[in-house]
Design a protein around this ligand. Structure first.
Ligand SMILES: NC(=O)c1ccc[n+]([C@@H]2O[C@H](COP(=O)([O-])OP(=O)(O)OC[C@H]3O[C@@H](n4cnc5c(N)ncnc54)[C@H](O)[C@@H]3O)[C@@H](O)[C@H]2O)c1
Length: 257
């Protein structure tokens, strides 16, 4: 039977690369996102191998509807809670609405995806959440994102405990800097990418396919003894020091001499 995977935030970046990799692995993918144009492009490219649906992971009704579609398609073998974004602001200036928006998307969105996907994941299936290097390595100016991603790690462990009896494994991937739309600002500020690269042991930043490789591994049987784990895909960055983002962004707004 063709395996079915759910990927949230599938229209761009890491989610798109995971969708592409799952299709290459012989899976069918229910690709969901709030970006209708991005989903349409995905549909054109992958035709019958993907089913697309608009879904806002911060809305319980929307996530429940996407998971009902997954059930109608025969149930899930893999679910990937990927949708997320960051925000930059020192805590003392952080607007509460933005704090809440990041927590809603990056933490509650993952909770809702796991909550509604788990009942339609077949016994023995795999659930993957996308955390970040920032789940373990803090960045000044990214309090909401760091807190949300740290929360994803613990949520993942609890989900692994609760779903283990059904043979469902739940793991989280913690990527370092990946070149996507979400990180385009880092590539525009002189010196930031260099600091990220300096923070790795392998001397480069990642492409979305690097994360998709790990997702493919976690989706398959070769990872059958791995659950409740945080798997870094960060080029060794966790051994070093996160870039000084406040200093970098201050350079951006400093007057040119
Ligand atoms: N790019 C990196 O360096 C990096 C590093 C660590 C972790 N991550 C994490 O990887 C995940 C994907 O990030 P990316 O870099 O591919 O970003 P991206 O901006 O390229 O893609 C994110 C996708 O999520 C979608 N999305 C946003 N809000 C949504 C919502 N409410 N419901 C459904 N979909 C929504 C967007 O439309 C977009 O298609 C995020 O959770 C991010 O925090 C990224």
């Amino acid at each position: 039977m063709e395996r079915l995977g759910l990927v949230t935030g599938a229209a761009s970046g890491i989610g798109r690369a995971i969708t592409e990799r799952f299709v290459a692995d012989g899976m069918r993918v229910l690709a969901v996102d709030i970006d209708a144009a991005g989903l349409a492009a995905l549909q054109r490219e992958f035709a019958d191998h993907v089913v697309t649906a608009e879904c806002d992971v911060t809305s319980e009704a929307s996530v429940a509807a996407a998971c009902a579609t997954a059930r109608d398609l025969g149930g899930l073998h893999v679910a990937v809670a990927n949708a997320g974004r960051g925000a930059f602001s020192p805590i003392v200036d952080h607007p509460l609405e933005e704090w809440q928006a990041i927590l809603d998307l990056c933490l509650t969105g993952v909770f809702l995806t796991v909550k509604h996907a788990a009942p339609v994941v077949h016994d023995g299936g795999s659930i993957i959440t996308i955390a970040s290097l920032n789940a373990t390595q803090p960045s000044a100016g990214m309090s909401a994102y760091c807190a949300a991603k740290a929360g994803v790690v613990m949520l993942t462990k609890v989900a692994a405990m609760e779903l283990g009896a059904r043979g469902i494994r739940v793991n989280t991937i913690a990527p370092g800097l990946v070149e996507t739309n979400a990180t385009s600002a880092f590539f525009m500020v002189p010196g930031v990418v260099e600091e990220f690269v300096e923070n790795t042991t392998v001397g480069r930043f990642a492409q979305p396919a690097d994360v998709a490789n790990m997702a493919s591994f976690l989706a398959g049987d070769e990872s059958s003894f791995i659950s409740g784990s945080l798997l870094p895909v960060d080029g060794g960055a966790a051994t070093k020091r996160y870039p000084d983002l406040p200093a970098a962004f201050a350079r951006l707004v400093a007057p040119i001499e």
